[in-house]
Ligand binder design. Structure first.
Ligand code: FAD
Length: 500
């Protein structure tokens, strides 16, 4: 059956990202796109930290970065700082971008480790521009620095989720997407195929479609409540199941940091996302180890300023839908699955879900090959991200609470065990199956968690010590010079994309 009508159920970040992206399909063919959302139900209202591919997503939509950041009072993000994860008192940055660059066809951390074994005690962080800029609260884009001799500066955004959705709504409506306010109260399926035929709103209005995008949030209105697709739970590996979110002002006068902070507490962790006008904050925790009141108290006790809203309590179950595309329904966002926001991957998964959907979609009709490819690739993506998140919990030395004792001792997927063991023995990390996280990401988190490399690529031993030392000196010096001449992040924001 040809696709002439697309219905998106849900107007959170996922719904409006889908609407904005799909509205661009209209150029080739007349296509009706309707988005149904219910103000009475509202959106999850969190989800404000992103990762670098999100910059490409906005570019794909030809969105003006300055305009979008100003409208969503956003800021720049160079990485994530993890505090108290490997041990209480520890801190490290998982940076966007790479440590140094390849030397002798080897990833930089092998060369760094080789030099370390020969007495060079410089921390690996001094060879990463994003980390150094983050520590000094600086920011500039590659286009500003004009340093073609250095790798580009990788960045993402912190965004006010509500304002970003409103920005995308304007974009999508301007391209013909029709927004329908109302609560879906009934769903009709085709008798022979079981495909969704239409959704009915509380006021009786019936909206029919050929392809449905389920962006209805955790409830999974179409993918689960109607199609009973099933959910694969990962709570034994990612046990946190609650969050309390609470934005605050920055009346301590601190500037917006160009990074997200994830501070571990006794039964979970707290995020701090600095926007231009406020900080987004939240405490993700596991209710088997902590009560809601205690989680809220810990959060309130660790804010940079006064709360600007009431605490928003959320429940979730980590895992994924057994199929992301079932019949004529594609689930995106929270209806597809949930892994906690430790590495800011949820909006990313919406983005890659849409990129894959556009790549395989044919408006002439849905085929099994499309569905199966989409499901297989998305499943792999989820699994790879899952392993990376488990790494943060499992490779800790913390023994100060029942929660951390559980995490430290839990059994983890074989794929992760193997990866950690290989890194410990040889420093090798193989980026597999087009996975999101780079060698630097894995190395940064493993070393940050306290896992030491015992060895390195044997080819490093063939490097000339003096020449390698001067190459490292040059990288370090260039990065220091670059960062020294970058403006403060706050100044950059007020010049580049001030809130209107
Ligand atoms: P929602 O925002 O819940 O939207 C659901 C929509 O469906 C709403 O418009 C609602 O009105 C509509 N709807 C539901 N039922 C009906 C109905 N019957 N009729 C009509 N409309 C209906 N992601 C990141 O990338 N970075 C982060 O830092 C991050 N932090 C997070 C922190 C927490 C605690 C949580 C829970 C999530 C976080 N996420 C983060 C995930 C991110 O918030 C979501 O991926 C993103 O907001 C997308 O949500 P959504 O649009 O799928 O769902």
């Amino acid at each position: 059956m040809a696709i002439d009508k697309i219905v998106i159920v849900g107007g959170g970040t996922a719904g409006w990202m889908a609407a904005a992206t799909l509205s661009r399909l209209k150029k080739g063919r007349e296509l009706s796109i309707t988005l149904v959302e219910s103000e009475a139900i509202g959106t999850v209202g969190v989800g404000e930290a992103t990762i670098p591919p999100f910059v490409d997503f906005n570019q794909l939509l030809e969105i003006d970065e300055r305009e979008m950041l100003a409208a969503s009072q956003g800021s720049f993000k160079l990485g994530i700082q993890f505090v108290n994860w490997g041990a209480v008192g520890d801190s490290y940055i998982h940076p966007f971008g790479n440590y140094g660059y390849q030397i002798g066809a080897m990833s930089f951390h092998h060369v760094w480790h080789y030099m370390k074994t020969r007495g060079d005690n410089r921390p690996i962080q001094v060879f990463n521009a994003e980390t150094m800029a983050a520590y000094f609260g600086k920011f500039a884009r590659t286009a500003d620095t004009k340093r073609e001799d250095l790798p580009p500066i990788n960045y993402a955004y912190h965004l006010d989720a509500g304002r970003y959705a409103a920005f995308l709504r304007k974009y999508a409506e301007g391209r013909g997407v029709v927004r329908q306010e109302g609560k879906v109260s009934d769903v009709t399926q085709h008798a022979e195929t079981g495909d969704i035929a239409s959704v009915t709103l509380e006021d009786g209005q019936v909206i029919g479609g050929d392809l449905f995008i389920d962006c209805s949030g955790f409830r999974g209105l179409l993918i689960e409540q109607t199609l009973k697709t099933g959910y694969e739970e990962w709570t034994h590996w990612l046990p946190c199941n609650r969050a309390v979110a609470l934005p605050c002002n920055r009346d301590d006068g601190s500037p917006p940091a160009p990074f997200t902070r994830a501070t571990a507490h006794s039964a979970g962790w707290q995020w701090q996302v600095p926007l231009q006008h406020r900080n987004g904050n939240g405490h993700v925790y596991c209710d088997a180890f902590m009560e809601a009141d205690e989680a809220t108290d810990i959060l309130v006790g660790n804010l940079a300023g006064k709360p600007t809203a009431d605490p928003n309590h959320l429940r979730f179950v980590t895992g994924r839908r057994k199929k992301f595309w079932n019949r004529n329904v594609v689930a995106l966002g929270l209806s597809a699955g949930f892994m906690e926001p430790l590495e800011s991957t949820s909006i990313h998964l919406i983005n890659t879900g849409l990129t894959k959907l556009i790549a395989v979609l044919s408006l002439d009709g849905i085929t099994d090959a499309q569905r199966e490819t989409f499901n297989r690739l998305t499943g792999t993506e989820y699994r790879r991200i899952r392993d990376f998140l488990i790494l943060h919990y499992n490779t800790t030395t913390r023994d100060d609470s029942e929660f951390w004792n559980y995490c430290r001792n839990m059994s983890v997927p074989d794929s992760l065990t193997e990866r950690v063991a290989l890194f410990q023995e040889t420093g090798q990390i193989f980026r597999e199956e087009d996975e999101l996280f780079t060698e630097t990401s894995w190395a940064a988190v493993m070393m940050g968690q306290g896992i030491d490399m015992k060895g390195h690529n044997a080819m490093a031993e063939t490097l000339d010590m003096a020449a390698t030392k001067s190459e490292l000196d040059e990288i370090e010096k260039s990065i220091r010079f670059l960062v020294q001449h970058m403006p403060a992040h706050r100044d950059y924001l007020s010049k580049y994309c001030p809130a209107p």
